[in-house]
Design a protein. Structure first.
Length: 217
């Protein structure tokens, strides 16, 4: 959005939505708040400094999106849609009219997302449908299939390997160009922050996340 593009996010989790709402609509300055995300974690800490370390948020002020807009110009559209991805962007049932956003987006970014699908085919078809011809899909994330071990009968899902997902994307109508693995530590406990800058958690989690760019044929 800061580059002038119209952007729209989609989120299902109430926890994420509440946090996003506060950050987007109830902050008035950069580094306005200090949070302590590790203060309730007592295991694998090398020191109390690590557990008590604070972080200032937000690093970017959402309302400043309007600051660089020339007088008389409209600011770029920026929105967050709450709800299930398939229900928001896909057809609700057979016979419905075309999804109004089909072919309306130049790019779709999925970050730690596609493994939330019960049926990955649906996700890929919806992403393909949202993109304009020549539009780009950028993906980053693992394949931790969320419903793989569910005991709920209605939670049956399709779990594919990475190579199978890429092959499926090509069959749906994507040309997968750049593809690589990226070490993603977003679930990692803090890696530093002690008095000497070297102390941190004694436990580390790293996803070998799949990254690719794919163009709609």
């Amino acid at each position: 959005a800061y580059l002038g593009y119209s952007c729209q996010g989609n989120e299902f989790s109430h926890y994420m939505l509440l946090s996003a709402f506060y950050m987007l609509n109830r902050t008035s300055s950069v580094n306005q708040h200090t949070i302590h995300p590790y203060i309730h974690s007592f295991s694998n800490m090398q020191s109390n400094d690590v557990m008590l370390r604070g972080f200032q948020i937000p690093d970017v002020l959402p309302s400043s999106l309007h600051d660089d807009v020339a007088e008389g110009d409209e600011p770029p559209a920026f929105s967050l849609v709450a709800g299930d991805f398939e229900e928001i962007y896909g057809k609700l049932k057979e016979g419905d009219e075309r999804e109004p956003q089909q072919g309306q987006w130049d790019a779709v970014l999925t970050c730690f997302f596609i493994d939330t699908a019960r049926n990955i085919v649906n996700y890929l078809e919806i992403i393909h449908g949202l993109l304009a011809p020549g539009g780009v899909w950028i993906n980053l994330g693992p394949l931790l299939w969320h419903f793989e071990n569910s005991s709920t009968p209605s939670d049956t899902s399709i779990e594919l390997s990475l190579d199978e997902v890429v092959t499926l994307a090509e069959k749906v109508g994507f040309d997968v160009s750049e593809r690589r693995m990226v070490d993603a530590t977003y679930v990692d406990m803090i890696g530093g922050g002690g008095k000497d800058g070297k102390e941190g958690s004694m436990l580390s989690h790293v996803y070998r996340a799949a990254y690719w760019t794919a163009t709609k044929k």
